[in-house]
Structures are given as structure tokens and as C-alpha cells.
Write a protein that binds this ligand. Sequence first.
Ligand code: SF4
Ligand code: SF4
Length: 205
Amino acid sequence: MPGIPQNTARPNERKLNFWERIYLPEVLKGLGYSFAKMSEPLYTFQYPDEQWLPPDGYRGRPVLVEEGGKPRCVSCNLCARACPPMAISMQSHDIGGEKEREPQWFEINMLRCIYCGFCEEVCPEEAIVMSKEYDMTFQSREEAVFGMDRLLVPKERLKDRLDWLAAQRNPDPATSWEHPRANNRHSLRERPFLGHVAAHGSHDA
Ligand code: SF4
Ligand code: SF4
């Protein structure tokens, strides 16, 4: 209401003393702190001239493992089903032989990807893994949709990650309970083992 002074002070507001009200000592205190820090060692990277090399367990952009010039992927669609933001899409095609199927096309929308690593975790073939690449820029939405041309990385270049995954893996989940080991051998990489089992007529070897 006009004419009536309003109390705008907050209940917990502290009263500033004279020196605080003229600000100058506080400004000098701040400058002193900055100068003191200048003589300390630097912990920042001069990015992008200096690149940070992440550890093997780092989750950078997901990539497809290329083995012998071909994708390791068997196009089972598990990664696409597990991906929370539905960033993965693919179409499989029959190729015959032991592998049976391969992706005809495979895309990851990097604008959607949240680098959670679920795709890597569910993949029965270790065909999709998290890489160490973290610096990506796009000029358009279309550019952010990575096809096989940008997703496929030779196995040799992913050795760090594949070794790290091997070290993390439960060596044999079926030893802790009554469960035929062969039930866990569903991966294509385990088929020589299954062939061996079939030849010897046992599932508990
Ligand atoms: S890292 Fe996560 S969000 Fe990205 S593609 Fe894999 S499952 Fe999807
Ligand atoms: S889970 Fe693995 S094998 Fe299956 S479609 Fe995804 S990348 Fe390919």
C-alpha cells in the first residue's frame, strides 16, 4: 500500500559490517586467493590439443566389433530391446551357414544414446562394446545417426575393452547351482564347445 513502508528483510539475513559494505577488502581477498592458486600445479587438460585417455572400463560411444572383415553381430535384436532410449535399430538378413544371420543395416542414434552400456551387457556375442571415444560433434540430426560404416571397428583396436570384459565376466555362472553348463552356451563363440559336447554325448563336461 502506498505510504506504508514494507519490511523486505529476510528473517535470516546477516547485517554487513562497514568493510563488507564497501566490498573492496572482499574483492582484494578474492584476488589474493586467485594469485595464490596460480603457483599451484594445473590439473586441467588443454583440450583438444591434449586428449584424455580413458581407462578400459570407460563407457564411450558404443561400437560394433568387426572380426575378419565382418560384423560379429548375429542380429538377434537383444541390444535394441534393452536400449532404454531406443537408440538402436537394425534389419537382419539371412546369410546361411553357421552364423545364419547378420545385420543388413544397423544404426545407433547418438543423439539418443545415454552411454548406459546395456547393449554391451546383453549382447551374447560381445558384438557391441563401449569404446573410449567421447568427443563427438554433429552438424545435423542425420549426421548423428551412425550406420555400420561408422560403427564397425576391427577387433584388434578394441582389444583393451574385450580383455577388460573378459576379466569382469563371471568365469562360470553354472558352477554355483545344479544347472547343466550347456544351457549357458548359447553364444556362437561357444559352438565349438557344444560340438565337442555333442560328440562326447555329455552336457556336464
Ligand atoms: S549405450 Fe545404452 S543408450 Fe547407448 S545404444 Fe547402448 S543401450 Fe542404448
Ligand atoms: S545384441 Fe549383439 S548380436 Fe544381438 S543384435 Fe545386438 S550387437 Fe548384434
